[in-house]
Design a protein. Sequence first.
Length: 239
Amino acid sequence: MRLFGKKPVLERMKTNPGSIKGLYLRQKVHLSEIVNEAKRAGLSFESIPSNEFSRLCGDVNAQGVMAKIDEYEYTPLKVMFQDALKEKKILIFVDGVTDPQNFGSMIRNLACLGGFSLVIPEHDSVCVNETVLRVACGGENYIMVSKVVNSVQGIRAAKEQGFYVAGAVADDGDELINAELKFPLAIVIGSEGKGIRPGILKHLDARLSLPMPGAKLSYNAAVAATLFCYEIKRKSGCF
């Protein structure tokens, strides 16, 4: 895989330098912070001409920095459960989200909030690809992502481990601000167009909604996940 941009590469060098297999810097670009961190991490790099750098990166705005890295390693669901129960993290099941920009934003935002892990299905879903990593801006180094055969299977497994599973719905849900949350907790975020699929809705312990005093549209998946997670942290006394 390739990792593009100053911030994503810098965070990877700080947190997991061993995953970097090659580091390429565009000549005549001010990259002193990248160079200093590479030296600190014991990483070598190549300074290459603009035309060669453009050939390596294509049409991606890489800010003069590109790294070749190991393929993304998903966390086994069993390990994620153990970590969530021990560290009191909240699971976020992301179902039907296919936009890598949206998913990358979700990773970045939830990494900033801290205390969350993400679960995605194998099919009809975004995966952790180069676009996701670029938009996540290093957030993937601070949040676990697990991949399951399908969301229903993952939700059932979570409930067997004692997780209370609530779904984020646009209509007819209890308002999150007033809802009583039960822990350990998992939240399901559906796609922007269709929301949570009926096959998943029947497995929920609760349906929760965000207030929308303005236009009755819907928040995109990344915004919905961020607002839900922020409010959960606030209700839990984390702020």
